[in-house]
Write a new protein. Structure first.
Length: 627
């Protein structure tokens, strides 16, 4: 394993901080699509660079970077003779939204000689490095910066390295952080060189290069500080708008199914430009039905064509228990057309003998885990999906990218086929994008109910904790709904925890006793017990816990409520208190998902980890539970 000699220089406080005349530009997005017949990339995409495939190829040795072996490499994706060295700039646009140390490097290196590369630009954890091998130095010259702070919008880094034949410079988020006078670059034969990217992601299972690196550019000149600042600003604007690419008409959210019933299905989607839409659908292919949505409107005052990028439609008068196919065609005012591709959904049966739904929570921050969970859930083919909040880590009004770059990018492969019923978490607590991306029964409110088979689901917004108090808005609404409910099974879902063994969210359990749950949520618990709620699902804590049945704040074998904490679909993993809680039946630390099968008066809950291994199974029988 080749080791790089890197001189570490710590330079002050570093802030994380399009480009003209780029020699080449590459965009990196993981291929988050389902397998086999369900493989349906939604709309156009730019292909990420790949290593050329040859009948016979000698493997080049990998670089070890900050003590880590690469988990993914892309080699020779650009002609080596076109890589500039007399003067050049290398630019990276990075999304670092994980709490584990990961890294990425791009380098112009010898294919089979164990020598330092001609140049290298990379980041690992908090360390940024730019090396260059010149003719005058025995070892590679190196600029190093230790990053302090979280970057632009906490997670973004714009990294640029330049060389003008005399000086090598390193910029971070538009600011010059380090520079060094150097000699001419080492002479070389392009035939024995290659441009390579390597990702170092061993601490983040399932993570891919395209989760960290979004864009890379190569220039044949040293960019000026003004040009770098302009590029950084353009990347920022692109991210603020939630667009995946700057110059490609594409879908950047959805299709996203929700609010399905035996006779209807809702769908939401977003395009990078305002459009008119034709939705084709039917019970077989080719599709025979269509509906036109004329959303582009002429503004007489400005003489412009305007419209919304986010659109929604509800299919109505559908047949119960029927599989449907659909395709969305979107057209801009200039006549550009893109299609979502044919996907599927199924309406609910009026009185199914049995049905299966799935539960996940806290998908935030890790599209690579969302992708893993989505593929495993697709294999289960559930009727619908509950998402217990924190769909994003902080996808409020200012952070649209968390919806487009993370949640929808990874989840749409599943949620374009399986409808989602979400509750709002603190990550989207302002409801700004949550409301625009969801078809909800009540305007500007994120609580609602729905029925499936012999079960009724009550979905609450626990961000408004004051509404959980006796006599307050959601308390009154829930009591009224429960009083009139005739469903055999009653389920409640919200984001925050009535009961939890978390180690530090409700006091530091390593130093003192804790409240074992959110005191502001517990006032609504008596309604669950009074009206026979069977199970309460919540997330917020990034672990799994199932309680025993609880009644009057004591465990019981009958007539109690089972609480299931399922916050493990992507957030930073948390841990439990050092001692077992009085209500705890099963705990698990790891990413996970649930399936719940309802068969008449029987229920079976199964919990699986992100490898598909079952970690918990729980059965409930209504006839014996309420004796």
């Amino acid at each position: 394993m080749k080791r790089l000699l890197i001189l570490v220089v710590l330079i002050g406080t570093v802030q994380f901080s399009r480009a003209q005349d780029a020699l080449s530009e590459w965009w990196f997005w993981p291929d988050y699509t389902l397998d086999r017949h369900a493989n349906n990339p939604i709309g156009p995409r730019l292909e990420s660079p790949k290593s050329p495939v040859a009948p016979l190829k000698y493997k080049t040795y990998p670089f070890e970077f900050f003590g880590q072996d690469p988990t993914e490499r892309v080699e020779g994706f650009f002609p080596s003779e076109r890589v500039p060295t007399e003067a050049f700039s290398v630019e990276l646009w990075l999304l670092y939204h994980v709490n584990q140390e990961v890294g990425i490097m791009t380098t112009y290196r010898y294919q089979h000689q164990e020598q330092d590369p001609l140049w290298l630009l990379g980041v690992y954890g908090r360390q940024v490095v730019f090396t260059l091998k010149d003719q005058e130095s025995a070892f590679s010259s190196a600029l190093n910066v230790e990053v302090e702070g979280r970057g632009w919008k906490n997670y973004w880094a714009h990294l640029v390295a330049t060389y003008d034949g005399q000086f090598m410079k390193l910029y971070l988020n538009g600011e010059l952080k380090a520079q060094m006078k150097v000699g001419k670059i080492m002479q070389y034969d392009p035939k024995v060189m290659q441009l390579e990217n390597a990702a170092y992601l061993s601490h983040e299972p399932y993570m891919q290069m395209g989760d960290l690196l979004k864009c890379q550019r190569l220039y044949r000149q040293a960019l000026s500080k003004k040009e770098i600042e302009k590029n950084f600003e353009d990347f920022q604007n692109l991210t603020i708008e939630g667009k995946l690419y700057p110059d490609l008409f594409h879908y950047n959210a959805g299709p996203y199914l929700q609010m399905g019933t035996p006779t209807q299905m809702g769908v939401v989607w977003e395009t990078s430009e305002p459009t008119n839409t034709v939705i084709e659908y039917g019970t077989s292919v080719p599709l025979t039905e269509s509906v036109k949505l004329e959303t582009l409107k002429s503004n007489r005052e400005t003489g412009t064509i305007e419209g919304s990028n986010i659109n929604q439609y509800v299919f109505k008068n559908l047949e119960p228990g029927q599989a449907y196919f659909y395709n969305i065609k979107s057209t801009t005012k200039d006549g550009q057309v893109i299609e979502s591709g044919i996907s599927t959904f199924k309406t609910g049966e009026v009185a199914p003998a049995s049905f299966t739904f799935s539960v996940i929570g806290d998908t935030e921050a890790r599209p690579h885990v969302n992708n893993r969970v989505s593929k495993l859930l697709w294999d289960e083919r559930p009727e619908f999906l509950l998402n217990l909040g924190d769909l994003t880590d902080g996808g409020q009004e200012a952070n649209k990218f968390q919806w487009n770059y993370e949640y929808f990018h990874a989840m749409s492969q599943l949620t374009s086929r399986i409808p989602v019923y979400p509750v709002a978490g603190n990550g989207e607590g302002d409801l700004y994008w949550f409301n625009q991306y969801h078809i909800l029964p009540y305007k500007d409110k994120a609580y609602y109910k729905f029925t499936f088979g012999n079960a009724e689901f009550f979905m609450l917004d626990s961000n408004r904790k004051d509404q959980f108090a006796e006599g307050a808005e959601q308390y009154v609404w829930l009591e009224e709904q429960l009083q009139h409910s005739t469903a055999e099974w009653k389920f409640v879902a919200h984001h925050h925890a009535p009961y939890s063994s978390d180690e530090d969210d409700y006091g530091d359990s390593w130093k003192e006793s804790t409240s074992m749950g959110d005191p502001e949520i517990k006032p609504i618990v008596p309604l669950y017990e009074k009206y026979g709620v069977d199970m309460v699902f919540f997330g917020h804590l990034h672990t799994y816990q199932r309680t025993h049945q609880i009644l009057d704040n004591k465990v019981t074998k009958t007539k109690g409520v089972t609480y299931v904490q399922a916050g493990g679909a992507g957030g930073n993993l948390e841990d439990f208190a050092p001692t077992r809680s009085w209500f705890s039946a099963k705990t698990f630390r790891g990413h996970h998902y649930l399936t719940i099968e309802v068969f008449g008066d029987e229920l079976e809950l199964r919990m699986y980890d992100s490898e598909g291994r079952m970690k918990d199974i729980f059965k409930l029988n209504k006839s014996t539970n309420h004796e």
